[in-house]
Structures are given as structure tokens and as C-alpha cells.
Ligand binder design. Structure first.
Ligand code: PYC
Length: 429
């Protein structure tokens, strides 16, 4: 890929700076704030088109511009940016995976999240409060030990802790031997935590815009033109774009978009439901996951508890919550923390998860030249946004697959080189 037609490297990320006086004046009056990213007419051609305006698509566009000087880039989203998986996930960040490849990859993302507020000049509220995965059986304790050893070998901070330490870190947890699902120990991962998901999306959008990237919302891709085995353009509801590079960064619609280019992906789409409670005083400063009970929870800075579960048991494109889900969730939460029995659930929703056979993503080239995929993110996409953007931009810019993502190629399914991460997906699916 060549550098932008106009050769410009654009402005630096978050270039708009205000004096203290300006900040106070604008803050108090609520007026004169420039939009964080601009709207543009759709150009007839771009050097690269990124499909999907979630964290993956925006991070890819930002890294193309910031790391490689490729600024003639369009990000297309059929709705609003961050309105898909990026706005619907529970924003858990961690690197405590099971395979060495997975640990290295997600650890790079944790490192990028650690400096993201500075890189984007936008506070993404990354809170490294620790991540705890409970073990309720000898089998899961064994998997926790396995993960801890793999993590340590990759330089990632994880250890198995006993029920006493679980109680010290989370006093509200029922660690008694009489619990219906007694806690035998946990995998504890101090660098894990939560981030503010809309801030991540807006920070990337603002920084990409500052480099000259065009962000097109309400712009649905309806076709991808391929001739002679390579990409020629993208058809959208707002017009046609000539381009030789398309990056599919969609979630939920990954197979739909790939089908347009004639590329088949081994993905099935399932909803994953989540819920949030009324706000209460801070009492939980660790992320807690129970694979056995199919539940994870964290407390936001506003005091709400955010809960999630495993994916629904059947494929669907529904993003609605169900009564069945909250009933099951409440039962499981109360097994862990009986003192929460009076808390009220305020909202529930669902996001779409593109599940692959081995619970790892699909990243890289495809049989169609110029058509790249960054898809199959199952229930672990948000935490990988920064590293996926960095790696996909490098691939597009240099034509070489970065070593960190080589194992996640599409060909692995045909060649039997699966990267089995089911044991480290946050809850048993
Ligand atoms: O993989 O950490 C995770 C996760 C959290 C919620 C869904 N998946």
C-alpha cells in the first residue's frame, strides 16, 4: 500500500488543545465545543476502506494514519460508531489466556490500553483493578493452574489464590464451605480491569479524524467489487467507492460482509446478554468471573454492577434481553454474593458474538487480494481493539503479517492448526 495520495500525515492525535481559561469557559457554558470528529461527503475513492466503526475499525484507521502515514482512509458504519459490539460489551480487559499465542497477543493489548489515554489525549478511564476467575471444582482449579503457569512463562502477572485470599479481595463473596458451589480457589490477574468503552471509541474516532481519516456513519456496505481476484471497490447506501484495500472489522455482520467479497468464514453468530443494576456505594474493586456459574461482574465508577453471562444457546441476530436470562443471572449472582438480594436490575441488553470453532479470532489476508479480515471476536473483542488495530494497520501498510497475529490466519481451519482458547473464554460457553 502507498502513502496517502496527498502525502499528508495529517494533524497529530487530539491536536486541539485549550488554555485553562478556555476549558473553564466552555465547561461552564457548555458552548463552543468543536465536534470530536467531522462529517464528510463520501469521496469517490480512498486508499483504504475500513468496514465497521467499532473499536477495531477505528483503531485500525487510527494506526494506519498515526503509525504508517496512510491518512486517505474511510471508516464506514451502517449505524453510529460504537453502536455494535463496542457499545454492548462489559469492557473487561485482561491477558490471562490459555495459549502462549493468546497470552502474548492480549498482553500487548493491555500494554496499549495502559498508555491509551496519553496516546489519544483522551481519558479512557482504564482501571487496572485486578481480575479474578473463580474455581468451583478440581477440574477448573487445574485449568487455573495451567493458565497461571502459561501466563507467568509469558511474563504476565497471574497466580492461583486460595479462598482466604478471595475473601480478602472480595469481602462480599460467600467463600464458606457450605455454599452450593464452594470456591476452591481462583486465578488472580492483577493487571486486568475495566475501561470506559464509549471513551475508547470516541478517543480513537477523534484521534483518527485529527489525522484526516473520514468517518462515515449511517453508511451501510451493500456490495464489494472484486475482479481478477482482487478488491476494486465498495458499494454503499451513499454511493460507490473505488479502493484496492478493504478491511472487514465488523462484529455480528462479519460473514455478511465477507460473503460480499466471496470469502467464506467459519463463524456462527450468537447473542450475549448483559445487565446493569442501580448504583450503590463502591464495594467491589475487582472483576469477578465464575465459569461454572456462567457469570461475571464488575462495579463501574458510577457504582452500578455490570453483569454478563455466556452466549445464548442458539445462533441469532437478536440484541434484546430476555426474562430467562435475568432470572438465571440473578440466581447465579446470589450463589456468589447473597447480600445482593435487594439490588435492582435497571437495564439489560445483548450484543452479537461471532464465534469461531477454536474461540480465537480470524485476522489477516484472505484469498481475495486487498480484502483483509479482523473478525471472529466472540466474547473477547473489545479487549483486543488496540492490538488488533496496530497489527491490522501494519499488515495493510507493509504487506507482511505481523508475527503476533500469524497464528490467527484463516487458513488454520483448513490446515488443522487451531488455537484453542475455550478454557480461557471468560465463562464456559
Ligand atoms: O473474555 O473477559 C472476557 C469477557 C468478558 C465478558 C465477555 N467476555
Amino acid at each position: 500500500m502507498t502513502v496517502s495520495r496527498n502525502g499528508s500525515r495529517g494533524r497529530r492525535a487530539g491536536a486541539t488543545r485549550y488554555s485553562a481559561f478556555d476549558l473553564v469557559r466552555r465547561g461552564l457554558s457548555g458552548r463552543d465545543w468543536p465536534p470530536a470528529w467531522r462529517s464528510h461527503d463520501l469521496a469517490g475513492a480512498y486508499d483504504a476502506v475500513v468496514v465497521g466503526g467499532g473499536v477495531h475499525g477505528l483503531a485500525t484507521a487510527y494506526c494506519l494514519a498515526a503509525n504508517h502515514g496512510i491518512t486517505d482512509v474511510a471508516v464506514l458504519d451502517k449505524g453510529y460508531i460504537g453502536g455494535g459490539g463496542s457499545g454492548r460489551n462489559t469492557a473487561i480487559i485482561r491477558a490471562n489466556y490459555l495459549t502462549p499465542e493468546g497470552v502474548r497477543f492480549y498482553d500487548r493489548s493491555v500494554k496499549l490500553y495502559e498508555r491509551l489515554s496519553v496516546d489519544l489525549n483522551f481519558n479512557v478511564m482504564f482501571s487496572q483493578r485486578g481480575h479474578m476467575t473463580l474455581a468451583h471444582s478440581d477440574g477448573s482449579l487445574r485449568t487455573m493452574r495451567w493458565r497461571a503457569e502459561v501466563n507467568k512463562l509469558q511474563g504476565v502477572d497471574s497466580e492461583v489464590i486460595d479462598p482466604g485470599e478471595v475473601k480478602r479481595l472480595v469481602p462480599a463473596m460467600d467463600t464458606s464451605a457450605h455454599a452450593r458451589y464452594p470456591i476452591l480457589g481462583a486465578l488472580y490477574h492483577p493487571p486486568g480491569g475495566i475501561v470506559r468503552h464509549d471513551a475508547v471509541v470516541w478517543g480513537y474516532a477523534r484521534a483518527a479524524d485529527a489525522y484526516g481519516v473520514h468517518i462515515h456513519q449511517d453508511t451501510e456496505v451493500v456490495g464489494i467489487d472484486v475482479a481478477g481476484g482482487r478488491v476494486r471497490g465498495v458499494r454503499t447506501t451513499r454511493g460507490t467507492i473505488a479502493t484496492s484495500t478493504v478491511v472487514n472489522c465488523t462484529a455480528g455482520w462479519a460473514t455478511t460482509v465477507a460473503d460480499m467479497a466471496g470469502v467464506a468464514l467459519p463463524i456462527s453468530t450468537f447473542p450475549l446478554q448483559a445487565a446493569v443494576t442501580e448504583p450503590v456505594k463502591p464495594f467491589l474493586d475487582t472483576v469477578v468471573v465464575s465459569g461454572t456459574l456462567h457469570v461475571y461482574m464488575s462495579q463501574t465508577d458510577r457504582g452500578e454492577l455490570v453483569f454478563g453471562a455466556s452466549v445464548d444457546p442458539f445462533p441469532s441476530y437478536s440484541t434484546r434481553g430476555s426474562l430467562d436470562f435475568v432470572e438465571g443471572l440473578a440466581g447465579h449472582v446470589l450463589e456468589l454474593m447473597p447480600s445482593l438480594s435487594k439490588m435492582r436490575v435497571l437495564r439489560q441488553w445483548a450484543g452479537l458474538c461471532d464465534m469461531t470453532p477454536d474461540y480465537s479470532p480470524i485476522m489477516g489476508v484472505t484469498p481475495v487480494e486487498g480484502f483483509y479480515v479482523d473478525v471472529g471476536w466472540g466474547t473477547y473483542g473489545f479487549k483486543a481493539g488496540p492490538v488488533a488495530g496496530e497489527a491490522m494497520a501494519e499488515l495493510v501498510a507493509t504487506g507482511k503479517t505481523p508475527e503476533l497475529i500469524a497464528v490467527f490466519d484463516l487458513d488454520r481451519f483448513a490446515e488443522g492448526r487451531l488455537v484453542g482458547e475455550k478454557g480461557a473464554a471468560s465463562v464456559g460457553h
